[in-house]
Design a binder for this molecule. Structure first.
Ligand SMILES: O=C(O)C(=O)C[C@]1(C(=O)O)C=C[C@@H](O)C=C1
Length: 181
């Protein structure tokens, strides 16, 4: 999907729209966990790939820096997305181990899934930058809850994915700077 350009001056994107975009990207990234789990199933590949994680985090930090998003916040957000991805991967493996008839019968190409993840990461950095003011507003929690429910409904998320999506969204409103508390 084409990424959204920042609104031209005069155009208005509400805080809800901006958070909703970020939430939707988080849901899209989470959906890749099922595909990653299928790609690794039966190959002996572990859920955790620390080298790939570092590559993801280094890339988004650089992109954030280039685009004027806060690199620390961006890395913190992406770390949480990776943890969420792993929660879904582990849950799927558990299901498939418990009931092999549910296990995948074809193996997607991990390289291709990672290319999709890379594209989502790029859009996420932009959405993090574009949502800075709404994420620090007092109304953020309420707006985020509404956006999360809207996206879960729209994407027909099952219980697992809806729950892990809420987990993935934890860093959205909380300011990363604890010294501000
Ligand atoms: O690329 C993978 O192998 C994944 O499992 C995806 C992902 C991610 O969310 O980006 C999650 C866990 C791995 O440690 C590395 C990266």
């Amino acid at each position: 999907a084409p990424s959204q350009p920042p609104p031209a001056s005069g155009a208005s994107h509400s805080g809800y729209d901006r958070l909703r975009l970020l939430v939707d990207l988080s849901a899209r990234r989470l959906a890749t966990a099922d595909v990653v789990a299928s790609a690794k199933w039966g190959t002996g590949a572990p859920v955790d790939d620390p080298a790939r994680e570092q590559q993801v985090l280094d890339t988004v930090a650089r992109l954030a820096h280039e685009q004027g998003a806060d690199p620390q916040e961006t890395v913190r957000f992406l770390r949480q997305q990776i943890e969420a991805n792993k929660l879904v991967q582990r849950a799927m493996r558990k299901r498939w181990n418990a009931d092999p008839s549910e296990a995948p019968t074809s193996r997607p190409d991990l390289t291709q899934v990672r290319e999709e993840i890379n594209r989502i990461n790029v859009e996420m950095v932009r959405a993090i930058g574009a949502s800075a003011s709404v994420r620090t507003a007092p109304s953020c929690d309420a707006t985020l809850t509404a956006a999360g429910a809207g996206v879960s409904h729209r994407r027909h998320l099952d219980r697992l994915h809806a729950r892990v999506l809420r987990y993935a969204l934890r860093p959205v409103c909380a300011p990363g700077d604890v010294s501000a508390v």
